[in-house]
Design a protein around this ligand. Sequence first.
Ligand SMILES: C[S@@+](CC[C@H](N)C(=O)[O-])C[C@H]1O[C@@H](n2cnc3c(N)ncnc32)[C@H](O)[C@@H]1O
Length: 391
Amino acid sequence: MTKNLRMIDLFAGCGGMTVGFASEGFKPVLAVEWDRAAAATYAANFGEDHVIAGDIAAVPDEVIPEADIVIGGPPCQGFSNLGLKDINDPRNQLWREFMRFVKHARPKVFVIENVDRFAKSPEFAMLLAEADHGALVEYELQHAVLNAADYGVAQRRKRTIVIGSRIGRIELPAATHAKEPATGSGLLPWRTVRDVIGDIPPHPSTTELPARTSEIFGDPMPGVFRGLDLHIRRTPTSKSLDRYSFVPPGGGRFDLPAALLPNCWANKPTGTTDVMGRLRWDMPSVTIRTEFFKPEKGQYLHPQWEAGDWVEEYGKHRSDPVRSVDRVISHFEASLIQDFPSDYRWVGTKIQIARQIGNAVPSGLARAIAQQIKPHLLTVGASDARELSAA
Ligand SMILES: C[S@@+](CC[C@H](N)C(=O)[O-])C[C@H]1O[C@@H](n2cnc3c(N)ncnc32)[C@H](O)[C@@H]1O
């Protein structure tokens, strides 16, 4: 006999969290996501039958099933470093919706993931208060900021993870990887960009997704796409190409010759260093965001760069055009860095799919959390009414 561990994924996006939990044998019984393209990607991978493609606030209590675990990432723009810090931002109230689902699904465990600064927010303080003397009083909370790179993901991405348990304290998972593992620590070295995209063809043959539609939730939607369908390049101007050519691995806007700087940067000589940056082969990537396809948004240039001609006028080498790849990473490469399986099925336009990829929790991080929680769920409640035979 084994348990069929039932899970609810709220704010499910395209399913990054579910990928990790499903790989540990959890069975999704409900997913809620209001971005229809993201919900359709989720449905293309895990089935339409249990997906509500709508506003979480509109889901009636009566349709919330019982579950062993509720997982989810209420949107974080309200307190992200990149967004407004207005505590009255209605998006910050969405964690209360999460709590409503916990109340009705009666899970033994819940998991909240959010931006690294979540633990400093007033909403987090309210969550602690609920667990101390409010609606969540049965649950013991543990929280920490985890870096996906420490769990075998080829990306430095920090997220606050909260585990709430009413079956005894559950610690956050211990790291399995480290930047420079000490001898005898048992830790593996961080996985690198080379590990996950090193074999991908350097020169995508197309700029567009295939012209294909599928009916999902009764509507025709672009897709389903998978694998190299997503390996698309952009069409930069010759000036942009010129700029990329001067950025070595790990470098960024400060490597651009002054004559090639866009006005906005030329007039603002300080500020974010990783814009127009280039990834390094032998490091995990920077955080993949929703606009990874715009080099001016971060360190998203392909890591392959070898010095070519010396340009006297600028006092710098430009890239060797044969041994360098002067483009941003493709959607496929971004999905692999975000730890999606290479045959994951995607639905939506280029921009919608990029948003889904950038918003996701890397599955390796989710898997580590699932592995940590699963033994606790399996050892409690031999009398659990939902105990089922192994499929
Ligand atoms: C950080 S993303 C979740 C990513 C997901 N956990 C994953 O791993 O792929 C947050 C999601 O919440 C969704 N969302 C925001 N407000 C919502 C609402 N009121 N109802 C349902 N979904 C909502 C957004 O569309 C977004 O996809």
